[in-house]
Ligand binder design. Structure first.
Ligand code: ADP
Length: 366
């Protein structure tokens, strides 16, 4: 089989087991290289797997999502049925994949993983759906990037637990309905606005993941340092937590980079000095902004006088894809109050000028 997702040869899936195929996720080169990118790098997937919380109780932060999800799961357990389909939405690195794994773990079922870009044809999805087993959790990452024809097949599968397999071509083609077992679809998206309404409406529960507070990130870092056996002082971890742009994946990545610095240049211990020096080497500033974030701000203020300027123009000016600027850089810059989105384009706030240590033009209107 050459589909995007090959069912395991054994046929049965052990609880807690999972298989993955992420496709290329459409990352640009610059995006892959960024230290503060929320996207996972290939090389760190093993490290990430080791640090992923297994159960809902270990999942740090996002109290509303945790509470709501635990209700959904407990109710499903009590009814002995697969939980409703779940949509997880939010910027990269905030815990969507982790939550999908937790859902399967909490339900004692196995997880099947694929991604929107890997589902290019309806047939790809039919192969996945028809190999599902009762109660399994199917995780589709970047679900907004799935092929349109597959989306329509997914509507029927989600609602009626049925898939119509088309046999033959042209006028002689026939649709053979195939009943599917009860399964739970967990969809993840960084762009919920791009999901067609019929797809969005078929999810029984939608969780919006927000950036983490630095207190929650500190808890994430303490847990990771403990699990990785890293000697770290509270002041060192605190400094990393405030520069991790509200994202657990970034926090864990910066922790590893600071550990490198501490081992090579420092005393081996992650203390305040190690954190500050290492993050300076990696050009992560006091707010957690990296070079791309800063060039977005700089171009906005210097070249466009603070805006308003359209996203496409801004992206071209910093030599990056509009999608990367919109999904990765911008949400954090907006959340930090450095830029605002207006109907006429992106506008720098007074905090942006201040952060760049630039003089606000006399006639500038916010
Ligand atoms: P996403 O799918 O949203 O891109 P992931 O679920 O892959 O993000 O999370 C990235 C990493 O961040 C995981 O490996 C995990 O270790 C860590 N992580 C995410 N959310 C949490 C959390 N709430 N508590 C602890 N660690 C977390």
């Amino acid at each position: 089989m050459t589909g995007p997702f090959e069912p395991s040869t054994g046929g049965s899936h052990e609880p807690g087991s999972y298989e993955m195929d992420f496709g290329d996720q459409g990352l640009t080169g610059a995006e892959r290289d960024r230290l503060v990118s929320g996207q996972a790098e290939m090389a760190e997937r093993d490290d990430e797997a080791a640090l992923r919380p297994k159960g809902l109780a270990d999942f740090i932060g996002q109290p509303q999502v945790r509470e709501q999800l635990s209700l959904v799961l407990d109710a499903a357990k009590a009814r002995q049925k697969a939980p409703d389909h779940v949509l997880l939405s939010g910027p990269p690195g905030l815990g969507k994949t982790t939550l999908a794994m937790i859902i399967a773990h909490e339900m004692g079922s196995s997880l099947r993983v694929t991604s929107g870009p890997a589902v290019q044809h309806a047939g790809d999805l039919a192969a996945i759906l028809s190999s599902l087993e009762e109660g399994e959790v199917l995780f589709i990452d970047e679900i907004h990037r799935m092929a349109r024809a597959a989306e329509e097949m997914l509507y029927v599968a989600m609602e009626d637990f049925r898939v119509d397999v088309i046999v033959g071509k042209g006028p002689g083609a026939t649709a053979i309905p195939l009943d599917l077992p009860q399964f739970t679809l967990v969809g993840a998206t960084t762009r919920s606005g791009l999901l067609p309404a019929p797809l969005r409406d078929r999810f029984g529960f939608t969780a919006l993941l927000d950036f983490y507070s630095s207190t929650d990130l500190l808890t994430v870092l303490e847990r990771s340092a403990r699990m990785l056996g890293i000697d770290a002082k509270p002041a060192g971890l605190k400094e990393i937590s405030t520069r991790s742009r509200g994202t657990p994946r970034v926090a864990n990545r910066l922790l590893r980079r600071v550990r490198d610095w501490a081992q090579v240049r420092g005393s081996g211990v992650i203390d305040f000095e190690a954190a500050v020096n290492a993050l300076e080497v990696y050009e992560v500033d006091a707010l957690g902004l990296d070079r791309l974030d800063r060039s977005v701000l700089y171009v906005l203020c210097k070249r466009f006088g603070g805006g308003p300027v359209g996203l496409g123009t801004l992206a071209v000016s910093v030599g990056e894809e509009a999608d990367t600027v919109e999904t990765v850089s911008e949400p954090y810059l907006v959340r930090e109050g450095l830029i605002s989105r207006t109907p006429r384009g992106r506008v720098a706030t007074s905090a942006a000028w201040k952060h760049l240590e630039m003089q606000i033009p006399a006639n500038y209107e916010f």
